[in-house]
Design a protein around this ligand. Structure first.
Ligand code: ADP
Length: 409
């Protein structure tokens, strides 16, 4: 990518430099040719004034716009470009590179690197450097200088400046994710290996039954983690191809039916209050099912025995709000902004006790975003939490579509 951009730029800029030189070189040829050739009237110019006049007219018609087009194109790029001639004098900076010449502090650092890269490049070397600007916001710039060589002669140098902050942030996120997944997988796999080892040669049927139960629990935890990871990666890829009209009331009824047994096992009552209208959402039913199951499952998991979970649906200003309220442990204020991160748990021990993967709320947040909606939370420790999934209803989606397509879509 870098190499391709550099090559394209070098070709364009070498073209700009050589076009300028060629123009100077051919100027005299043009003057003498104009003096020698005949004009529209069939005769060569008779006076110097007439020759100059003809030359001027010819120049206006022939003006080569390519260098100006190249300059305009360079200004459109998100990469900074600085071009120097063979003496090291800067002959062009595009729009992205302009601020470094006049800026202070961080910009001055960048400018010093640009000059160093130009010097190396004029010596025939391709060199690069990274500059970290502490910001805010913190930025990482990648600066590379290359000589511009035409007919084995260095006719100038180009320095390209790219902002690689986002790339580096994504790389760091990917590395963290892989480290987290490996860590999460290691726990149940480690437990399984230990349990299997201990079972070997164990004759007592009570101990064997106990260990087998624990093996089953760890296997369930492992397969839940894998399911959640697969769900998350599918959901992160977007809303999918399965868009349909999804009626919210029956969807909630299906989720509640799937979780009813678990609610009864935990001794938590699970109640649903539908809205007077029956909202519909354009979306991916499987994703919406997954988001609601995660919210209701969490409400049950973090509720005490004898607690109650209420699922309420309301339609407000064209949005459908599905609130899942519990009377459980609640979430400390300091953790509220982090609970939607992958693998973040307020209480790691409690989460693993309840078989949590730490991925449920990231799934919910992605599903909401995929449907043009959002998820909100209010919580108080020891009192309970309410998570609200807000989605545009089919009516608003239709209006938005009409606004976008001018009513023709
Ligand atoms: P987990 O699988 O651990 O439940 P989630 O991503 O679903 O992972 O939730 C992240 C964390 O947010 C949980 O570990 C828990 O600490 C907290 N949390 C989520 N929902 C609730 C809730 N209804 N009540 C209290 N804490 C919750």
């Amino acid at each position: 990518m870098w190499l391709a951009t550099t090559l394209i730029l070098c070709v364009v800029l070498a073209g700009v430099l050589t076009a300028t030189r060629r123009r100077e070189a051919t100027w005299l040829d043009k003057v003498s040719a104009t003096l020698r050739t005949t004009g529209d009237d069939g005769v060569p110019p008779q006076t110097i004034d007439a020759a100059l006049d003809r030359l001027e007219r010819a120049a206006t018609v022939e003006e080569d716009l390519t260098p100006r087009r190249a300059m305009a194109a360079l200004d459109q790029m998100s990469t900074g470009a600085v071009l120097a001639d063979e003496t090291g004098s800067i002959v062009m900076r595009n729009r992205m590179a302009a601020p470094f010449a006049t800026g202070r502090h961080g910009d001055a650092l960048v400018e010093a690197e640009i000059q160093a890269r130009l010097t190396d490049a004029l010596g025939g070397e391709v060199t690069d450097a990274e500059v970290r600007l502490h910001g805010p916001p913190e930025r990482m710039l990648f600066i590379v200088g290359s000589p511009l060589v035409v007919d084995a002669e260095v006719i100038g140098a180009i320095v390209l400046i790219d902002d690689v902050s986002e790339e580096q942030r994504l790389d760091a996120m990917r590395r963290d994710f892989v480290a987290n997944v490996s860590h999460e997988l290691r726990t149940p796999v480690g437990a399984l290996s230990l349990l299997a080892e201990t079972l070997e040669g164990e004759d007592d049927p009570v101990v064997v039954a106990n260990f087998l139960g624990r093996i089953q629990k760890e296997t369930t935890r492992l397969s839940r983690l894998i399911d959640d990871l697969l769900d998350l990666s599918r959901i992160e890829a977007g809303a999918g191809d399965h868009l349909e009209e999804v009626a919210i009331d029956p969807l909630i009824d299906d989720v509640v039916a799937a979780l009813r047994a678990s609610a009864e096992r935990s001794g938590v009552s699970l109640q649903v209050e539908h809205a007077s209208a029956s909202p519909e959402v354009i979306g991916d039913r499987a994703q919406l099912f997954s988001a609601l199951s995660n919210l209701i499952d969490n409400a049950l998991k973090y509720s005490p025995d004898g607690g109650a979970v209420h699922v309420r649906v309301a339609v407000l200003a064209g949005d459908c709000a599905i609130a899942v309220a519990d009377e459980g442990v609640g979430i400390p204020q300091r953790d509220l902004h982090r609970i939607f991160e992958r693998f973040y748990r307020v209480d790691r021990a409690r989460s693993s006790e309840t078989g949590g993967t730490g991925l449920g709320l990231s799934i919910v947040r992605h599903v909401a975003a995929n449907h043009g909606g959002r998820v909100e939370v209010v919580s108080q420790e020891g009192v309970g939490s309410t998570f609200t999934l807000i989605l545009p209803t089919r009516a608003t989606t239709q209006v938005d579509l009409e606004a976008v397509t001018g009513g023709t879509g």
